[in-house]
Write a protein that binds this ligand. Structure first.
Ligand code: F6R
Length: 615
């Protein structure tokens, strides 16, 4: 949600910033802007809309500089206008600042500043922060880097809220300062050059040596060095990390969209989620990152899974998978509800927070609330350097590689794979025998090939998408673990094609949903060969009796669905604890191809942004 890139070094900053912003555009694309420091002072360019608009603006009014800050915005305070786009200047016009996050007490700070004569040009909370820092700097008798850092400290001590920021000042050339609280900021270390970014993917083309800043840390970068301290004024320990992925892995490659690329990466991402985690000898899963002994795991008598959006849908599938394999009761809760609901938790309850980005504000708050209550709280994250990954008491990484498409795809199937591993591990220290464990492992090892085979259905799914793309409403239905897959299928379609879609357990049809069935409303049924197949079939008949078109996802070899359904997509057979990993794939492809057919911007859907770092 919003993106920051800053550069200082011997090169022209403009291409570095524009390239970084393009790579971060998936985090927010309402408007964009940058400020470059050059011998004549600071020059700013802004544009409403995509980075391409900013680039056009700069072509018309060129600028240069060897230090600069830049931002791509997802609006929180104030409409999408040029004035509200970042960077924002202070009262003197010499300080410029970009900001991710939300300053909660900005109204009262703004009023106080106005009483002191400050004039604002935007409706944003960010401009208030710029004025605060500028005012503190202008009170200082020195005009150097130390004074700017101290001014930033003084300003940040007054704000309540979250921030990831970068600041430049015309009187302190050769320096960029940044700070974070609750909104990520990473320092990139290059040769005679340094970078700041809200996401490492913006700078990985230039350096893989990075420092992930912690909350309340301030960083000052120059071409030749950097310094990290804290908001309270003390020095800070830091660790230089090596970025795991390369610049190529954040490119689209041969695919027209990141979403399609990520859908097709699933055989590998599913394999990577299992890699090194299956022990044939002990017939169990090895999840060392949980930081729990078998005795501690044995004592767990309830599991809570929490997250938002797709991560919550994966949790709902996880409830079925973990319960069926381990017989431990599992409950799921939206992180946004969990954080405020005083849910009774027993001593032996294990809480998992699930987040691809590891930065989702509600999920992070749920983690902190659970930990505050003294519960061991584990994370299931993709982004290894994320706040959730770092603050949780242990967990399991997805190792899915960067997910750039705003609509989550491969992270969902990675999460399901991890739930199957977790179910196996918990089950094996309870009722599952050695040979049960061996059977489950044998099935899991087949999974990447089954995912690859499911992807071969794309031509068929694309043809179905073309046929139904003009429908105004879709229903998605499934039973048991395929019910949350139906929710996920509906979410994917809504997000990227803007078609109204809802997911239900199939049996809910006759309790109200059937009123929506018409000849124009396609119903997508997930109906693999399982214990409830016949039940699903009856529900399909109910829709057909009302002339509703039915698209069914069944199991290879099925012959009954064809007799009743308009379209049948057959996925490979797999045990119930794995089959949702396959059944969601045609739904991801259906949403993708419908959106594409309608000419929608698949990777950057309307009003959305990847990684929701505000509440
Ligand atoms: C849906 C989607 C969102 C995210 C949700 C949680 O396609 O991308 O619903 O799943 O915002 O994000 P993470 O997993 O990063 O916490």
């Amino acid at each position: 949600m919003c993106g920051i890139v800053a550069y200082i070094g011997p090169s022209d900053a403009l291409p570095v910033l524009l390239d970084g912003l393009r790579r971060l555009e998936y985090r927010g694309y309402d408007s964009a802007g940058l400020a470059l420091l050059n011998p004549g002072g600071i020059e700013v360019r802004k544009a409403v809309g995509r980075i391409a608009n900013l680039a056009t603006e700069i072509e018309k009014f060129p600028i240069r500089g060897q230090a600069g800050i830049s931002h791509t915005r997802w609006a929180t305070h104030g409409a999408v206008t040029r004035d509200n786009a970042h960077p924002h200047a202070d009262q003197s016009g010499k300080l410029h600042l970009v900001h991710n996050g939300v300053i909660e007490n900005y109204q009262s700070l703004r009023e106080q500043l106005q009483e002191r004569g400050h004039i604002f040009h935007s409706q944003t909370d960010t401009e208030v922060l710029a004025h605060l820092v500028g005012e503190a700097f202008d009170r200082s008798t020195s005009r150097d880097g130390a004074a700017l850092i101290e001014a930033l400290r003084q300003a940040l001590r007054q704000v309540i809220g979250t921030y990831g920021i970068s600041v430049i000042h015309a009187e302190v050339p050769g320096l960029i300062v940044g700070a974070r609280r609750g909104s990520p900021l990473v320092l990139g270390i290059g040769k005679h050059e340094h970078f700041l970014a809200s996401d490492v993917s913006a700078i990985v083309a230039h350096t893989r040596e990075v420092v992930y800043l912690n909350d309340y840390e301030i960083v000052a970068i120059q071409a030749e060095g950097f310094e990290i301290s804290t908001v309270s004024g003390t020095g800070a320990d830091f660790q230089v990390s090596k970025v795991e992925f390369t610049a190529e892995s954040v490119d689209k490659g041969q695919f027209p969209h990141y979403m399609l690329k990520e859908i097709h990466e699933q055989p590998n991402s599913v394999r990577d989620a299992m890699r090194g985690r299956l022990s044939i000898e002990e017939a169990t899963a090895k999840l060392g990152g949980l930081n729990m002994t078998n005795a501690e795991l044995r004592a767990v008598d309830r599991v809570i899974l929490t997250g938002c959006g797709t991560a919550l849908h994966s949790a709902l599938v996880g409830e079925y998978l973990i319960e069926s394999l381990s017989h431990i009761p599992v409950e799921c809760e939206f992180a946004s509800e969990f954080r405020y609901r005083n849910i009774p938790l027993d001593r032996d309850t294990l809480v998992f927070v699930i987040s691809q980005s590891g930065e989702t504000a509600d999920t992070l708050a749920a983690l902190r609330e659970s930990q505050r209550k003294g519960h061991r709280t584990l994370g299931i994250c993709n982004n290894v350097a994320s706040t959730i990954a770092r603050e949780s008491d242990g967990g399991v990484y997805m190792h899915a590689g960067p997910e750039i498409g705003v609509a989550a795809t491969k992270s969902f199937t990675s999460q399901l794979t991890i739930f199957a591993l977790l179910g196996l591990l918990l089950g094996r220290i309870r009722h599952l025998s050695h040979s049960d464990g061996r059977d489950i492992i044998a099935e899991m090892e087949k999974l990447p090939d089954l995912v690859a085979r499911t992807l071969e259905l794309e031509t068929q799914v694309a043809a179905i998408a073309k046929k139904y793309a003009r429908a105004n409403n879709f229903l998605f239905m499934g039973r048991q673990a395929h019910y949350p897959v139906a929710l996920e299928g509906a979410l994917k379609l809504k997000e990227i094609s803007y078609i109204s879609a809802s997911g239900y357990p199939s049996a809910e049809l006759k309790h109200g949903v059937i009123a929506l069935v018409t000849e124009e409303t396609p119903s997508v049924f997930i109906a693999p060969q399982d214990a409830v197949f016949e039940k699903n079939l009856s529900n399909i008949e109910e829709v057909k009796a009302r002339k509703g078109p039915v698209i069914a996802i069944g199991t290879e070899g099925d012959t009954s669905l064809r007799k009743v359904c308009d379209e049948v997509i057959l996925i490979p057979d797999a045990p119930v604890y794995l089959s949702p990993i396959l059944s969601v794939i045609p739904l991801q492809m259906l949403a993708y191809h419908i959106a594409n057919e309608l000419g929608c911007d698949v990777d950057k859907p309307r009003n959305l942004a990847k990684s929701v770092t505000v509440e």
